[in-house]
Design a protein around this ligand. Structure first.
Ligand code: GYE
Length: 330
């Protein structure tokens, strides 16, 4: 009896040591999180996915800047799913990272997990896309673009182009993924800008999820259902590029029969613009990495940072795209 008890005690002790050993190993493997004070900042980053050229450039910028800033980056690709982002954030909380940064795939539904991070004392930085949480204390800052402005600039250019129009100008719109800040805001800005001319009418508007495949598929439907399409407004270059295939297949000339306006200004989009297939692009910069790492250091040091930091952006016509292309970084 006593022997059995002793054996059990040894077994329990052994497993405690084993678990302890594994846990310690885990710590040193990850380079330590907030719990290990080696001075190195660990950032957990949850990325939306890999849906577009913009996103690829954004991911590269974040990875390169983290390395350059000496920040240890834990990176997760959520494949455009909110549940995956929530899971990743919960993992980062458990691992006690120093800072969590993420680009929320949609605007709503974040309060619970953000509260969990706050309760764990881990600061959160929103980057690229924002959330609609009423409680602003759930995150430290937002770094990204003014998407309403991008939509507005796109709309204002169209108003200027079509100011002499005497009849209806039929516009179709390819939206980003449903519920995403850039989809909501670009739609809003564009709609407000074109409202000054009642000839400018959005006759169809559907999500194409910011992907080439989505843009192509939805544009095919638009073309089938609407014999007269004068303008396409795509919420990003990739959907516009996908739509080009559908337009050409329908026997129309992109950039001539259909005026195409997009957002982002990634290299492939700029090439289409320089080639005369697109007509106008409102820029949206994905190069957020360096500023993000800077903010992470400040927030980690307990410094107060501005509640919102916006990227500076411009617009491109076909001529301007030709000039800018050789030096385009993304
Ligand atoms: O415009 C689009 C990407 O959130 C600003 O997401 C970003 C958008 C970008 O898929 O290409």
């Amino acid at each position: 009896m006593r022997k059995m008890r002793t054996q059990r005690a040894i077994a329990v002790l052994a497993s405690v040591l084993l678990i302890g050993g594994v846990a310690a190993c885990g710590n040193s493997d990850t380079g330590g999180g907030g719990s290990k004070d080696d001075g190195k900042i660990t950032m957990g980053f949850s990325q939306v996915g890999a849906e577009s050229g913009w996103r690829t450039a954004n991911t590269t910028s974040i990875k390169e800047s983290a390395a350059a800033a000496g920040i240890e980056l834990k990176f997760d690709d959520a494949q455009q799913k909110q549940e995956n982002q929530i899971k990743a954030i919960r993992n980062y909380i458990q691992q006690k990272v120093d800072v969590i940064a993420f680009s929320p795939v949609v605007e709503s539904g974040w309060d619970t997990v953000l509260k969990e991070a706050k309760d764990a004392g881990i600061p959160v930085i929103l980057t690229d896309r924002s959330v609609d949480s009423a409680d602003k204390s759930l995150y430290k800052t937002f770094l990204g673009s003014d998407f309403v402005k991008e939509g507005k600039l796109a709309g204002e250019w169209l108003v200027e182009q079509k100011k002499g129009a005497t009849g209806p100008v039929n516009i179709v719109e390819l939206q980003g993924n449903t519920g995403a800040a850039p989809a909501n805001d670009r739609k809003k800005g564009f709609g407000e800008a074109i409202a000054v001319n009642p000839n400018l009418k959005i006759i169809a508007s559907q999500p194409g999820d910011f992907t080439r495949a989505g843009g192509k598929q939805v544009m095919e439907q638009f073309l089938k259902a609407n014999p007269k399409i004068d303008v396409l407004f795509a919420h990003n270059d990739d959907m516009g590029l996908g739509a080009l295939e559908a337009i050409t297949a329908a026997g129309k000339v992109p950039g001539k029969d259909i005026t195409i306006i997009t957002v982002d200004a990634v290299k492939d989009g700029m090439q289409a613009l320089a080639d005369g297939k697109f007509n106008f692009i409102a820029e949206c910069s994905p190069l957020l990495g360096p500023q993000l790492m800077d903010l992470a250091k400040k927030v980690h040091a307990g410094e107060t940072v501005p509640a919102r930091i916006e990227t500076e952006e411009t617009t491109f016509t076909q001529e301007q795209a030709k000039e800018a292309l050789p030096n385009r970084k993304y």
